[in-house]
Ligand binder design. Structure first.
Ligand SMILES: CC(C)(COP(=O)(O)OP(=O)(O)OC[C@H]1O[C@@H](n2cnc3c(N)ncnc32)[C@H](O)[C@@H]1OP(=O)(O)O)[C@@H](O)C(=O)NCCC(=O)NCCS
Length: 322
């Protein structure tokens, strides 16, 4: 008798069928923040690049944000909820640590009993979740996966701290990942720098987000472009072939520095931070959804995604635009 196992549903590749996004209705401008803390519109635009951000209402938690974005991605994919076998929710701003939020998002979307778990890699969370979804599909562990990045950063912000309250915001983005005969999601390049764990941190349940802005800025503008370049190399794509570069929307100066160093001379560079602020694990699918909706990037073209932030954790991959 042979003890050999089989993997009946393994696939050669995985690809994104559709993205979805959700921005809470309430817009908070720089001028509105400047009425309560010592800052001004020009300082924020010049140093960070943000003009306004969205802040969720009291009745909108991680689940509601995730359901809105996940529902839109699911509708765009043309799949039925019963086609989804796994739901991964990337978040670092959950109201409580237990239970995870992915099972509730799945339930609210009518996805019956899928595998479901939350993933915390902070601002790199969406790229980690996308890589995990791709691996699950290729290994035959799921036919289709719903990946959601949902963040309510506003509930972890000290609204009297001008160094953080101008930056972080709320929102959600999502993607449906399916099996394919050729790869539409390239290899992930991921890593971390745990020695810098305290550079962006919420210390305990009574604390707010705190960061060492300058150290994070230096790290992001030096360490991340090589990671992005490596993701291109591993996917067999030259930076000049990229149609889009979608870095985590941390700070417009960081985004521009990464794109410049990567020399992606023909790419549209995501700048959703101007309107949406820094939404951590939601920022990449939010930005890319808007670029696709606007017609900035053609279907089938290669786009680089690169997430980085608290941990410190980072991840990058090249995908084909759905
Ligand atoms: C936070 C950040 C915008 C601050 O910009 P900076 O140019 O580094 O500013 P500094 O921290 O050196 O502060 C310079 C001065 O501006 C002041 N300042 C800070 N926030 C301010 C604000 N919102 N408005 C006006 N002044 C502000 C500081 O108090 C400091 O004043 P001082 O010189 O009198 O002490 C910038 O460091 C940054 O974006 N870092 C990366 C953070 C990030 O992206 N985090 C998320 C990663 S996922």
């Amino acid at each position: 008798m042979s003890g050999g196992l089989q993997i009946p549903d393994a696939r050669a590749g995985a690809r994104v069928l559709a993205f979805g996004d959700y921005r809470p209705a309430r817009i908070v401008t720089n001028d509105e923040i400047a009425r309560t803390v010592d800052t001004d519109d020009e300082w924020i635009r010049t140093r960070v690049g943000i003009a306004e951000r969205r802040i969720a209402g009291d009745d909108e938690g991680i689940v509601e944000l995730g359901v809105h974005a996940g529902g839109k991605a699911l509708a765009g994919s043309g799949l039925d909820p019963s086609d989804i076998d796994l739901v991964i929710l990337a978040t670092c701003s959950a109201e409580s640590p237990m239970p995870g939020y992915a099972p509730q998002v799945a339930h609210r979307l009518g996805i019956d009993a899928p595998g479901a778990f939350d993933l915390n890699a902070a601002c790199a969370g969406f790229c980690y979740a996308l890589a995990t979804a791709s691996a699950a599909v290729r290994a035959g562990n799921a036919r289709n996966v719903l990946v959601v990045g949902a963040e309510k950063m506003s509930q972890w912000i000290d609204w009297t701290d001008r160094s953080t309250c101008i930056i972080f915001a709320d929102g959600a983005g999502a993607a449906v990942v399916a099996g394919s005969d050729s790869p539409g999601i390239g290899p992930v390049v991921w890593g971390s720098a745990g020695d810098k764990y305290d550079k962006i941190i919420i210390e305990d349940r009574h604390s707010f987000i705190r960061q060492e802005g300058q150290s994070v800025f230096r790290w992001a503008t030096t360490a991340i472009a090589p990671v992005a370049a490596q993701a291109c190399e591993r996917a067999g794509i030259k930076p000049e072939e990229l149609a889009a570069v979608v870095p985590h929307q941390a700070n417009l100066r960081i985004i521009e520095a990464i794109a410049r160093r990567l020399k992606a001379v023909n790419a549209v560079v995501a700048d959703d931070i101007v309107q949406s602020g820094n939404t951590s694990g939601a920022s990449i699918p939010l930005a890319l959804s808007r670029m696709i909706e606007r017609g900035d990037v053609p279907s089938g073209a290669p786009a680089l995604l690169v997430g980085f932030g608290a941990g410190l954790s980072y991840a990058a991959q090249v995908i084909q635009i759905p």
